[in-house]
Design a protein around this ligand. Structure first.
Ligand code: SF4
Length: 65
């Protein structure tokens, strides 16, 4: 079972940090005003964990696919 990241979008501050750390996984949605997961397999688990740890809103979490 794979772990994939998801964003609690109502908590997102749209700071852009996750998209900076893992641009192939997270992308800012300028229209909606929050970040979204564009490809959960776009980076290694360690890189995604780094983005999770850096999120100021702590709104990125893992879920089992
Ligand atoms: S790091 Fe967190 S608060 Fe910042 S854009 Fe990504 S999900 Fe939103």
């Amino acid at each position: 079972m794979a772990k994939i990241p998801y964003i609690e979008s109502e908590e997102c501050l749209a700071c852009g940090s996750c998209a900076d750390v893992c641009p192939d996984v997270f992308q800012m949605n300028e229209t909606l005003g929050f970040a979204e997961v564009i490809n959960p397999q776009g980076a290694s688990e360690d890189e995604i964990q780094e983005a999770i740890d850096m999120c100021p809103a702590q709104c990125i979490h893992w879920k089992e696919e």
